[in-house]
Design a protein. Structure first.
Length: 447
């Protein structure tokens, strides 16, 4: 038995004919699937962001400079971005029960290896490997969200799941700070690592593959909701079909991917550099500066829910109007934040809340839009392809943006953010009315 055999999708079971049992099983498995992947993805953030909060202590104890630390972040984002695309292809051909859980277990192991290291080269190797297996988290979630929740309701379910980013992002600084203060910076890598290994086994127990693998009808048939792209249903697509027909020749995904690049420059820069900006430019203490990141995550939590609800209810399943309006909100907030002077921690926290509120809308919905303008059996590949562009943007927000800011000051940082918001808005504007890909519609329906 090969590794690929272990990961291959679960076969379709004979469909249950008892409608009452179908209703009962669907309710149970939709809830179980949701809370399992929510918890799992929140813990992926524990092993992804643990280093961010260990950086000051590493700088102090190991004598690393900002460029070396920033370069480690860039390595993670590059390896994660490439993995997100390649793992997306594998994820569409895999069972998320094992693919996602084993990815989480391996990120935990490489966090432990990172914490046991002292040389920059070994840090780079283990952090790059961590980034690679971080890429195994998203494909499983994309597949589960498109197979278990129909398009007319998916915005709310997807936005609810997306808040797992914010839960993980809000909890890890508290956990990391406690570990560093109590046991040193290495424990801030060890504790999340061990925790994620345990949660990985929890995921393996809880998750299952598609509804059809449990004898349930497809979500479109169950919900009588064929509002998405109607293409001939096949039990599986070939890798060539997934890549060529539904991703690489899909003009909408290319536009979304380039938009994602600029959105992630903004999102990553605000997340990774805001604390340092408040300390250096505003003279705030570490505690006051760190509280700003908390409000960024709180804003993201609420903004994700608002964006999903708005795209479902206000715009009837169209994702792009919300993406555009929220990106304009980021731009306006950026101009207001930059105009502040003096000691204004309350206003600074408010603006960081607004940054989180607005940036997590397009951060979530661009990925969802990629899944919806493709075939649902190519969802992980489509979102992974765009995610590769996103994390190229995140990589630019690491070492390269740090070098620009060090050379030309914080004004150059804000000019870069404003430019990215403008470009992303202009790229997305022509897609305002797009809901699904009209080129993929046929008269047939999913079975």
């Amino acid at each position: 038995m090969s590794v690929l055999d272990f990961f291959k999708p679960a076969p379709y079971a004979r469909e249950i004919e008892d409608e009452e049992l179908v209703q009962k099983n669907y309710r149970y498995w939709r809830l179980r699937t949701f809370y399992s992947m929510y918890i799992g993805y929140a813990f992926f953030y524990f092993t992804r962001k643990s280093f961010t909060f260990a950086m000051p202590a590493m700088q102090e104890h190991l004598g690393m400079d900002k460029f070396q630390l920033g370069l480690l972040g860039t390595i993670l984002y590059l390896s994660y971005g490439v993995s997100k695309f390649l793992s997306g292809i594998l994820g569409d051909k895999s069972n998320p029960r094992y693919f996602m859980s084993i990815g989480l277990i391996l990120t935990g192991i490489f966090n432990l290896c990172f914490g046991a290291s002292s040389l920059w080269v070994t840090f780079a190797i283990f952090w790059g490997l961590n980034g690679w297996f971080q890429g195994w988290g998203w494909p499983g979630c994309a597949k589960l969200l498109t197979h278990w929740y129909s398009q007319s309701e998916r915005g709310r379910w997807w936005s609810g799941w997306n808040t797992s980013h914010n839960l993980g992002g809000a909890l890890i600084p508290i956990l990391a700070a406690f570990c560093i203060e109590s046991f040193g910076w290495r424990s801030a890598m060890y504790v999340p690592g061990i925790t994620c290994i345990l949660v990985g086994f929890f995921l393996m127990n809880r998750l299952r593959d598609t509804p059809q693998s449990l004898g349930l009808p497809s979500i479109e048939k169950f919900k009588d909701d064929y509002s998405g792209t109607k293409v001939q249903e096949k039990s599986e697509l070939t890798v060539k079909e997934i890549l060529w027909e539904y991703v690489l020749t899909n003009k909408y995904i290319w536009v979304l991917a380039f938009s994602y690049f600029f959105i992630y420059v903004i999102r990553t820069a605000l997340n990774d550099w805001s604390m340092l900006y408040l300390k250096e430019a505003r003279g705030y203490s570490t505690l006051v500066s760190g509280s700003g990141i908390f409000w960024f995550e709180v804003g993201g939590f609420i903004g994700s829910l608002a964006a999903g609800w708005g795209s479902d209810v206000l715009f009837k399943g169209k994702r792009m109007p919300v993406n555009i309006l929220f990106t304009v909100g980021v731009l306006i907030s950026m101009l207001g934040f930059r105009s502040l002077t003096g000691y204004t921690p309350i206003l600074d926290s408010l603006y960081l809340f607004l940054f989180g509120f607005f940036i997590f809308g397009p951060q979530m919905l661009i990925g969802m839009a990629c899944a919806e303008v493709s075939h649902k059996k190519a969802a992980a590949t489509a979102t992974g392809f765009a995610g590769c562009f996103a994390y190229l943007g995140a990589a630019v927000a690491g070492g390269p943006l740090g070098a620009v800011t060090q050379a030309w000051g914080w004004d150059s940082f804000f000019i870069t953010m404003i430019a990215c918001a403008v470009i992303a808005t202009l790229l997305m504007l022509p897609l305002w009315s797009i809901k699904t890909n009209p080129d993929l519609r046929t008269s047939s329906t999913d079975s």
